[in-house]
Design a protein around this ligand. Structure first.
Ligand code: SF4
Ligand code: SF4
Length: 122
């Protein structure tokens, strides 16, 4: 992740340093989805589901990312950054390829809620 080996050097957007995710409890009830609708109402927030479950995705650049694409705290970077391998990463294929569900905004999640709960809004 943002190491300066050849592959990351070619990844000019430093894709993996421009967002973070947070695991969500699997939403089941209307109340659960109401909470997600509130979360996705915020700027830069998206929600997806993949084989690992539901996640909040916040598109926000890491403050340690330098203009040249290097990590400003590379030797002390967080463990999750150390664990992230560039063997097959988002430079090779977009993460969205693995998404079962992907909500980019409030409207798309609201549509899903209306389809999932026939009594939504009543
Ligand atoms: S997305 Fe892959 S290639 Fe790009 S900076 Fe991250 S690990 Fe490197
Ligand atoms: S700490 Fe460094 S490697 Fe981790 S996301 Fe930020 S810039 Fe990228």
């Amino acid at each position: 992740m943002a190491a300066r080996d050849n592959k990351c050097q070619r990844c000019h957007a430093s894709i993996c340093c421009n967002y973070f995710t947070q695991a969500l409890d699997t939403p089941r009830s209307k109340a659960d989805f109401e909470l997600l609708l509130w979360q996705i109402s915020h700027q830069h927030a998206e929600i997806y589901k993949d084989s690992d479950g539901w996640f909040l995705l916040i598109n926000s650049t890491c403050l340690h990312l330098q203009q040249d694409g290097t990590c400003g705290i590379y030797t002390q970077r967080p463990q999750i950054c150390r664990d992230y391998s560039n063997d097959y990463c988002e430079f090779d294929a977009p993460a969205t390829d693995g998404f079962d569900l992907y909500f980019k905004n409030y409207a798309s999640l609201l549509d899903y809620c209306r389809q999932r709960f026939k009594t939504w809004g009543r």
